[in-house]
Ligand binder design. Sequence first.
Ligand SMILES: [Zn+2]
Length: 366
Amino acid sequence: MLTDTTYEGNVKIVRKIGNSTAFYNPLGEFSRDVFVKIFTAYALTKGENLIYAEPFSGTGIKGIRLSVEGKGFSTFIFNDLDENSLKIMQKNWEINNVKGKAIFYNLEANDFFQRLVNFGRVDGIDVDPFGSSSPYIFNAIRSVKGGGIISFTFTDTQVLGGIHSEALEKRYHIKAKKVQFLKELQARIAITNVVLDASTINIAAVPIFAHVDKHYIRSYHIIKPKASLANELVKEIKYITTSDCGFISLEKYAFCPYCGEPTDAIGPIYAGKIFDKDIINKAYEISGGCKRCSELFATALEELDDIPFYYDTKFMASVLKTSTPSRSSLIYDLKKSGFRASGTVFSPTGIKTDSPFGVFKSMFFK
Ligand SMILES: [Zn+2]
């Protein structure tokens, strides 16, 4: 007897059979929408008969949605250490209008990755564990083919937010604190972790997209087994100088040039580009049925992702003891003054610009 059924995207998912249950998180729906779009956009650049794998399948919802709603992937390798989940994902594969073939494993995640290496590696992997992807990054990357795609979920948002700074240093070897560009900082800490783990075996895990919600951080990478490219990514790992007055810079300052107070050095974090605009543009084009996805990708297409931080207009307004201007008018004013400016996927009140901090502040009093 099947019970506890839910609908998401174009699929039907059973979460319980008899006494067996599998983990399903309704809060992850949007991140799964985005996942299907990005993996399909990637596949559109790569062709057909791609192989997809996931080490933490749960109900199997991600792979099943990719099979039903996506394109290009034709073999789906599911895995979960939990036998109840295995039973349920197999049932979910049967009851949906799936395309392609499925293979099921019941292994510990790192054993699963080794199995994929023996299998000849795969074109796409999604790593979506409870908590941090950190313990799995190295082995997951080894099991992806050159040119393949890999995505990670990090749900330890408190650690990545620098709120538990000791845990942050222990897990990610990074010094941080709560800054105005907190959401992007979280994404870039996760990306740094992936880039560094890959670089130890001369692989470049090139970031192609990232987004952050209250409960998770998601990062997407293309795997390129090329030492020189791995070196280039590592060279982009830097410190960001911040001051409580709102000043942010990639230059080193012991004291803030605006308020004179001692600064904080946040990092080391990956400060290079994080968006592949070609793939994001393709994802945008196929996002017709998901308004939130279209909006996210449209913002990413405009975003100045070569600038690794944003100013939060609300925070800046409170520091400057003035009202918060609208983001669009601020962007307009900055561009009119000859500077680059954009919004950011990481915050609806965030602004990126290359204008000097003094000029940026003056825009609040226009
Ligand atoms: Zn300052």
